[in-house]
Design a protein around this ligand. Structure first.
Ligand SMILES: Cc1cc2nc3c(=O)[nH]c(=O)nc-3n(C[C@H](O)[C@H](O)[C@H](O)COP(=O)(O)OP(=O)(O)OC[C@H]3O[C@@H](n4cnc5c(N)ncnc54)[C@H](O)[C@@H]3O)c2cc1C
Length: 79
């Protein structure tokens, strides 16, 4: 289980004037904790570019996770 030491709610909190276009994970973070970012928690289903195992942080990833989360919700509703 990941135990973040700090959570930033916005780019402004980083104190960096340089914008970035996606949340970048450090080496090994996705392979160790990816499921913690993307797996459903009860009835909460998560989508978004940073929850995707393919094209993480990009539009393609965001769209893929929208389809994935919708499929998860439908499966749960039908179970
Ligand atoms: C400058 C820039 C350039 C980029 N260029 C590219 C590119 O060339 N190619 C590419 O593939 N990707 C690019 N990206 C990345 C791409 O934009 C993102 O990966 C994609 O938009 C992520 O989609 P998302 O749905 O995960 O999140 P977002 O697009 O961030 O959508 C999240 C939405 O949730 C809303 N929200 C947040 N909190 C709440 C709340 N509490 N209640 C309700 N709504 C809330 C936000 O307002 C937002 O509308 C770029 C990003 C930036 C910033």
């Amino acid at each position: 289980m990941a135990t973040p030491s700090r959570v930033l709610e916005s780019q402004a909190e980083t104190g960096s004037p340089a914008a970035c276009y996606g949340g970048r994970l450090g080496a090994g973070v996705w392979t160790q904790y990816g499921a913690a970012l993307s797996d459903p928690i009860g009835r909460v289903h998560r989508a978004g570019a940073e929850t995707c195992d393919t094209w993480n942080g990009y539009m393609d990833g965001a769209i893929r996770t929208g389809y994935r989360a919708a499929a998860e919700v439908l499966a749960q509703l039908n179970s």
